[in-house]
Design a protein around this ligand. Sequence first.
Ligand SMILES: Cc1cc2nc3c(=O)[nH]c(=O)nc-3n(C[C@H](O)[C@H](O)[C@H](O)COP(=O)(O)OP(=O)(O)OC[C@H]3O[C@@H](n4cnc5c(N)ncnc54)[C@H](O)[C@@H]3O)c2cc1C
Length: 431
Amino acid sequence: MTQPTQAWGRMPTPPAKYERPLTDRHTNLPRPSDAQNTLLAHGWGRSYGDVALNPGHTLLHTRHLDRFMAFDPATGVLRAEAGVSLDAILRLVIPQGWFLPVTPGTRFVTLGGAVANDVHGKNHHVMGSFGDHVRALELLRSDGSRQQCSATQHPDWFRATVGGLGLTGLITWVEIGLRRIAQPDVQAINRRFASIDDYWALDAHWMPRCEYAVAWVDCLRGGRGIYTAGLHAGAQAQWRHPPAPQRQWPMTPPLSLVNRASVWGFNWLYYHRPLPPQTLMPWPAFFYPLDGIGQWNRMYGPRGFIQYQCVLPPATMRDASRELLRLIGSRGQGSFLAVFKTFGNRTAPGMLSFPRPGSTLALDFPFQGEATLRLCHELDAVVREAQGALYPAKDARMPGSMFRAGYPDWEAFSTYVDPAFSSGFWRRVQT
Ligand SMILES: Cc1cc2nc3c(=O)[nH]c(=O)nc-3n(C[C@H](O)[C@H](O)[C@H](O)COP(=O)(O)OP(=O)(O)OC[C@H]3O[C@@H](n4cnc5c(N)ncnc54)[C@H](O)[C@@H]3O)c2cc1C
């Protein structure tokens, strides 16, 4: 491994001291070389900040724990090592009539990473989060003990490990239940909305009718945007082939290509682009539009970028989201990617799970030092007042007080943390 591992947001961070690939799930964890050194599993590194980094300590790379262990095409139950990617799973199961029950906006994540962040997709109101579909997993601790956990077997360890940010030990394998599909493409509807207030009316109409729902928001113009909802198409819809190989973002430009002018222009064009009100979309385009360009994160230049993702509870979500968009618009730090979703009213499977009833807004900001940190600080105040929370998988800077306020079970959770495990994120939010 020549380059030190970076987070997806590519903000410069101190490197890990050691990087160790894991290849055999049956062997014990490597012993930290000195008493102060800690371990952390690292999957495909699609977390934006330091939740998957362990600066100055040891990273355990799990990509080579990539064997399928069992798949029953009659029931859709699949067991695989924790380094198997969602992409590999889809390639195996789609031709057999199955799909992931929950998927984030990229398929280049590992099973272990999906469990440890208890990731959500566009269908939380119907399917909950990834952890809701985990039937069992094996947890390997630094003392060499292994335990199989599920909702009924060691349920407390299960609740700590799902959404447990990699801190309870190494997940060696995961068993999930898939969902049946007639075919993977999606019958999608698109609607423009003029303001964030209009979003709610669209959401009230379409969310109960569709499994998937999400909105793109033009955060520089008061929150107008495009609402997209969808359902897996029926068997009669025309089958499309998987896409051609990915295009790659060619290089890291010396400066970020994302600035107020480019965002202003892009958002205008994106909002006004021809928009079929109803269309059959190939599954990669519907679920993973960003995967179409590999390493798009390079366009933010060497300083990288910050993603800010919050969840706002139902009682405050309308006022608080309006205020967040007002603040962003007035500070002029626009974001191409501004995504709004409503979560369902469901109990989360993990102690530190991010998804909860309410709405979630996710925005990418090019990192411009103090100005960006100041804006995030202002946004924090709104989220805190609204009794919302920030998403650790996307975070690179939240203060410890914000984490503790958003995750009231953090203290109970910390009793499950493996003494030999830690992360940049965890050390940061302890202060
Ligand atoms: C384009 C894009 C879109 C995204 N969209 C969404 C979305 O819609 N919803 C959402 O929820 N997230 C989303 N994400 C975030 C992403 O899904 C999560 O960060 C995911 O956890 C990354 O998985 P990974 O394999 O890359 O894990 P990493 O980022 O490498 O690690 C994530 C965490 O998992 C832990 N971990 C990894 N493997 C193991 C293991 N074997 N045992 C124990 N712990 C482990 C790590 O220690 C770390 O804490 C998106 C990310 C990108 C880049």
